[in-house]
Design a protein around this ligand. Structure first.
Ligand code: ADP
Ligand code: RBF
Ligand code: MG
Length: 146
């Protein structure tokens, strides 16, 4: 698994499932199917942390869910990125580059939406810590980003 990381992805931001992740305080920028299909076949589904850049804006911290969302039982795998930054407006159709730096945990099912939200909040805390480490910081400056 770890040999596949860091993993660099880029693509356009498309409309997701419209479940109102935004209302939950956790908007996720979704990639189109072709990006999902380009993933290494042996990449473990789960929650990851890393860096993200919208067009040529600054590079910010992110957490990404790569998988099937057992809570919603999606039929298709998705890659959705929550960028740890407050944006003034939506950026559908923009280019999104992400560097997937490390793995946080497997996807889980939850008894309630509140439990899912609590888990995501904890993921953000964990990502913050990991991304402040030197090895992770180096990737923020990778030539991949504009
Ligand atoms: P959808 O189901 O269409 O993905 P979401 O509720 O997940 O809808 O919201 C995602 C959209 O919110 C993104 O495509 C982007 O345009 C916008 N957005 C605003 N702030 C962020 C952020 N911090 N991280 C990710 N997306 C954000
Ligand atoms: N969905 C799941 O079904 N199980 C998970 O463990 C899970 N973890 C997530 C972690 C993060 C950091 C993010 C951004 C999303 C996660 N999701 C998970 C996806 C979530 O179901 C999706 O973003 C919903 O649309 C949120 O309402
Ligand atoms: Mg989304």
């Amino acid at each position: 698994m770890s040999s596949l990381l860091p993993l660099f992805l880029k693509g356009k931001v498309v409309k997701g499932f419209g479940r109102g992740s935004k209302d939950l305080g956790c908007p996720t920028a979704n990639y189109p199917l072709e990006v999902v299909q380009s993933l290494p076949k042996n990449l473990d589904p789960g929650v990851y942390y890393g860096w993200a850049q919208v067009d040529s804006q600054p590079v910010y911290k992110m957490v990404a869910n790569i998988g099937w969302c057992p809570f919603y039982q999606n039929k298709q795998m998705s890659v959705e990125t929550h960028i740890m930054h407050k944006f003034e407006k939506d950026f559908y159709e923009s280019n999104l580059k992400i560097c997937v730096v490390g793995y946080l945990r497997p996807e889980k099912n939850f008894n309630s939406l509140d439990d899912l939200i609590d888990a995501i909040k904890q993921d953000i805390v964990n990502a913050e810590t990991r991304l402040n480490e030197n090895e992770a910081m180096k990737l923020k400056a990778d030539v991949f980003f504009d």
